[in-house]
Design a protein around this ligand. Structure first.
Ligand SMILES: Cc1cc2nc3c(=O)[nH]c(=O)nc-3n(C[C@H](O)[C@H](O)[C@H](O)COP(=O)(O)OP(=O)(O)OC[C@H]3O[C@@H](n4cnc5c(N)ncnc54)[C@H](O)[C@@H]3O)c2cc1C
Length: 438
C-alpha cells in the first residue's frame, strides 16, 4: 500500500504538469480553422509523446522518485502509464483517419512524406516494444536481451515521434512551443544519460569485494560483501533500511547492463558488510554463484519501501517462504543489533527441513530478541502447504499495533494476506514484496 506523502503528491503534480505542458501551445494559439477533431488528434499525439518521454524519468533509480512510491510500484506505474501513452498514440492515428480518407494515403510508403514515414516507424517500434514486453516470457526473450531491446525501441518511439511532430510543425512555430519541446527533449535525454552514465560513474568509487560465498540447499548460495576501503571518513558502505534491496552488478565495471535486484539479508546496523541470499535459477544468478573471493561487485541501491516503521512498538509479524525470507532476516538481525524489545513472530515455510533457507541465521538470533519462530514443512504435513488457519493460530493475540511483512511466491503471499485479513488485521499494516518486477 502506498502512503500519500507530501513528496508523492508533489511528484504526481510534477508528472501531470510535464505531461500536459505540450498542450499549452495549443490552448494559447488554438487554430480553430483546423477543426475540433484535428486539434483533438494533435493533442492526443502530443500527450502520447510527452508520456513516452516521461517513461525515461519514472524508472530512474534515484531516491527522490523511488523512495515515496517504491521501485516495484514505480515499475508498475511505468507499465500502466506506457499503456496510456500507447492509447493516446492510437487515438491520435484513428481520429486522423476518421477525419478524412486522404490521410489513408499516408500509409503508402512509396509516396508518403518523411514526416509520415517517421510516424509509421515510431508506431512500428511501439508495437514491437509492447508485444516484446507483454509476451516476453512466451517469446522466451532472455531478460538482458529484452532490456537492451526495450531501451532501443523506447528511444526510437520517442525520437521518431518527436521528429514527426517537428516536421508536421503544428503548434511548434511559436517560440514558447519550441522552448517547451526543447526543454522536454533535453530533460528526457538527461534522464537517459543519468541512468546509463552518471549513476554508474557515482558507483565507480563505491566498490564491494566478495568476502565469502557459501552454498546452501536447493541451488541457493550466500554472497557476503565488504565495502572496499571502508573506514572513518571514507566510503562507509550502503546506508539502507532493513527490507530494502539493491541491484547487484558483478564484474569490472558498474556500467554493465547486467544487474539483477536482490534483497539485502543482513543487518542495517552493519552497512559496510552485506549479505545476499540468492537462488541460482539461470544465467545471471548462476554467474554470480561463480564469483571468487576478492572479486569486485557494484551495488545500485538501496531501493524499496518494504521496511518496518522504525518507531513502531507493536508486534512485528514476518512471514516468508524460500528466498522470500531474505528481507525478513535483515529486519530481525537489525532489531537484534539495536537490542530492540519489540515482539517478533517469524513464520517460515518450506517443503522440508533441508530446504529451509537461512534457518542457521535465525536460530542464532533467538537469544538476542523476543523472537518466536514457527516453521511449516509441507513434508511433515502430508504435503499440505501453509494455510490460513495455521497462520492465524500462530499470530499474537493483540494485532492492533502490529505490522506484518510477507515475502514469497505470489500464491503464498495471497494465502498469507487472506489469513491476516481473516485475523482482523488492518490491510494498511500488511505489506508484501514481490520478487517479480518485470
Ligand atoms: C525487489 C526484489 C528483491 C529480490 N530479492 C531476491 C533475493 O533476495 N534472493 C533471490 O534469490 N532472488 C531475489 N529476487 C529475484 C531475483 O532478482 C531474480 O530471481 C533473479 O534476478 C533472476 O535472475 P536469473 O539469472 O536467474 O534469471 P534472468 O534470466 O537474469 O532473470 C529472470 C527474471 O528475473 C527478473 N529480473 C532479472 N533481472 C532483472 C532486473 N535487472 N530488474 C528487474 N527484474 C529482473 C525478470 O523477471 C527476469 O525475467 C528479487 C527480486 C526483486 C524484484
Amino acid at each position: 500500500m502506498i502512503l500519500l506523502t507530501p513528496t508523492l503528491v508533489l511528484l504526481c503534480m510534477f508528472y501531470v504538469v510535464i505531461a500536459l505542458l505540450p498542450l499549452i501551445g495549443g490552448i494559447v494559439n488554438l487554430a480553430h480553422g483546423r477543426g475540433f477533431l484535428l486539434n483533438l488528434s494533435i493533442a492526443c499525439g502530443f500527450l502520447a509523446l510527452s508520456i513516452f518521454g516521461l517513461q525515461f524519468i519514472n524508472i530512474l533509480r534515484v531516491r527522490l522518485f523511488s523512495r515515496p512510491i517504491g521501485m516495484l510500484e514505480a515499475f508498475k506505474f511505468h507499465r500502466y502509464v506506457g499503456y496510456a501513452g500507447a492509447g493516446f498514440a492510437v487515438a491520435h492515428l484513428f481520429i486522423l483517419l476518421a477525419i478524412d480518407r486522404k490521410y489513408w494515403s499516408l500509409f503508402d510508403l512509396a509516396t508518403t512524406p518523411t514526416r509520415a514515414k517517421l510516424a509509421i516507424a515510431a508506431t512500428a517500434a511501439l508495437v514491437v516494444l509492447i508485444a516484446s514486453t507483454v509476451w516476453r516470457q512466451q517469446l522466451r526473450i532472455p531478460y538482458r536481451r529484452w532490456h537492451i531491446l526495450h531501451w532501443m525501441l523506447a528511444t526510437m518511439v520517442f525520437g521518431f515521434g518527436l521528429a514527426h511532430a517537428i516536421l508536421v510543425n503544428y503548434y511548434l512555430q511559436d517560440k514558447l512551443e519550441q522552448l517547451v519541446w526543447m526543454s522536454l527533449g533535453a530533460l528526457f535525454v538527461l534522464a537517459a544519460i543519468w541512468m546509463r552514465f552518471v549513476n554508474p560513474i557515482i558507483r565507480v568509487r563505491q566498490r564491494w569485494q566478495v568476502t565469502g560465498l557459501t552454498e546452501a540447499p536447493k541451488d541457493v548460495f550466500e554472497l557476503n560483501l565488504r565495502a572496499v576501503g571502508a573506514g572513518p571518513g571514507r566510503f562507509s558502505g550502503l546506508q539502507f533500511l532493513p527490507g530494502q534491496f539493491a541491484w547487484v552488478v558483478a564484474g569490472r565495471s558498474p556500467f554493465s547492463i547486467s544487474a539483477n535486484p536482490f534483497s539485502i539479508a543482513s543487518s542495517a546496523e552493519r552497512p559496510e558488510n552485506l549479505r545476499f541470499i540468492i537462488r541460482a535459477n539461470a544465467g545471471y544468478t548462476t554467474a554470480l554463484r561463480t564469483l571468487r573471493q576478492g572479486a569486485h561487485v557494484y551495488l545500485d541501491g538501496p531501493h524499496g519501501t518494504f521496511t518496518p516503521d522504525a518507531d513502531a512498538s507493536g508486534p512485528l509479524i514476518l512471514i516468508g517462504a524460500g528466498v522470500g525470507m531474505t528481507p525478513l532476516l535483515s529486519m530481525i538481525e537489525t532489531l537484534a543489533d539495536r537490542r530492540s524489545s519489540r515482539e517478533c513472530v517469524l513464520i517460515l515455510a518450506a517443503r522440508s527441513e533441508q530446504d529451509m533457507i537461512g534457518a542457521d541465521h535465525v536460530e542464532r538470533l533467538l537469544e538476542r530478541l523476543p523472537l518466536t519462530v514457527h516453521y511449516h514443512f509441507s513434508s511433515r504435513n502430508d504435503g499440505r502447504r501453509l494455510d490460513q488457519a495455521t497462520i492465524r493460530g500462530w499470530l499474537p493475540r493483540d494485532l492492533a499495533d502490529a505490522e506484518c511483512f510477507i515475502c514469497g511466491s505470489a500464491n503464498f503471499m495471497d494465502i498469507c494476506e487472506d489469513a491476516m485479513q481473516q485475523a482482523g488485521m488492518d490491510r494498511r499494516r500488511v505489506r508484501t514484496e514481490r520478487f517479480s518486477m518485470v
